[in-house]
Design a binder for this molecule. Structure first.
Ligand SMILES: Nc1ncnc2c1ncn2[C@@H]1O[C@H](COP(=O)(O)OP(=O)(O)OP(=O)(O)O)[C@@H](O)[C@H]1O
Length: 260
């Protein structure tokens, strides 16, 4: 069954953040539709992380709106109270950090890292929580017998997969990802990307993914936004932008990748 909706999940308008005289990101706007993955690409310093932080409520923009579809209406997330924002981060939103240790509790077992998110949304039955945690570890290719190990005993790739399980176990409506495959070996990146692609398709995830790696957006993103010096220089369907880039900067970005 296809659900037709005329309300975007996320509507962003005029988001601007300055650091003193330096522009972090300027006048960024887009709509994200349910089940859609938006990739944000650009070289280092182009404003990707600043924008993602503004969208996810980690950083307060100087101007603009970040509206999220709640109970059928668009709600200005920048005006939420702190408890409302915390609740949203536990339920509707998820954030996958580039460094798994920023998104995991390193002193808590792998099963606990996943299970505590279920408890945060009201799960109480221990056996059920453990079973669902084991299922999610399995889905991210971590053997169930590692359930009681702490993330410190895991490789970088395993830690990242655990962070993904911790974030997705509660079925968030929107997932923010900051360079989810960054800082990992190339072969580990490929496996993680494959896994992410499977999960995105299977769960119909809505996501905003920041990356400097065009291979990541090629595989995961339906739509692409290209940033330079804090501004969006081009946006459109991923294949269209990558195969027929219109802006000179995007052409450079694409051709420099092709030369690798
Ligand atoms: N805390 C900060 N204080 C001052 N300037 C900052 C700060 N954070 C970012 N900037 C500046 O804002 C601009 C955008 O940086 P941002 O980190 O958002 O880019 P990015 O595309 O995410 O880069 P990277 O891929 O290297 O993380 C840059 O000019 C950067 O120097």
């Amino acid at each position: 069954m296809t659900t037709v909706t005329d309300t975007p999940l996320l509507r962003v308008r005029g988001v601007t953040k300055r650091y003193g005289a330096r522009l972090g990101c300027g006048d960024v706007g887009f709509d994200l539709w349910p089940g859609e993955v938006l990739g944000i690409v650009g070289e280092s310093g182009s404003g990707k992380s600043t924008l993602l932080s503004c969208l996810a409520g980690h950083l307060e923009p100087d101007a603009g709106e970040v509206l999220f579809d709640m109970d059928g209406g668009l709600c200005d997330t920048l005006r939420l109270s702190e408890p409302e924002r915390r609740r949203m981060r536990r339920t509707d939103w998820a954030f996958v950090h580039q460094h798994a240790r920023d998104g995991l509790r390193m002193g808590v077992s792998a099963g606990g890292n996943v299970g505590e998110r279920l408890m945060a949304v009201g799960a109480r039955n221990y056996g059920d929580i453990r079973a669902r945690a084991a299922d999610w570890l399995n889905r991210v290719e971590i053997a169930a017998e590692r359930m009681d190990d702490r993330p410190t005993a895991f490789s970088g790739g395993m830690q990242q997969r655990l962070q993904i399980a911790r974030n997705l176990v509660t079925g968030p409506r929107l997932v923010f990802m900051d360079e989810p495959t960054g800082g990992l070996d190339v072969s580990v990146q490929a496996r993680l990307l494959d896994l992410l692609r499977g999960l995105v398709r299977e769960m119909g995830l809505s996501a905003v993914i920041v990356t400097h790696d065009l291979a990541v957006v090629r595989l995961l993103a339906d739509r692409l936004m290209v940033m330079k010096d804090g501004r969006v220089v081009e946006q459109g369907l991923t294949d269209q932008v990558l195969d027929d880039p219109q802006h000179g900067y995007t052409q450079l970005l694409v051709s420099s990748v092709l030369q690798v």
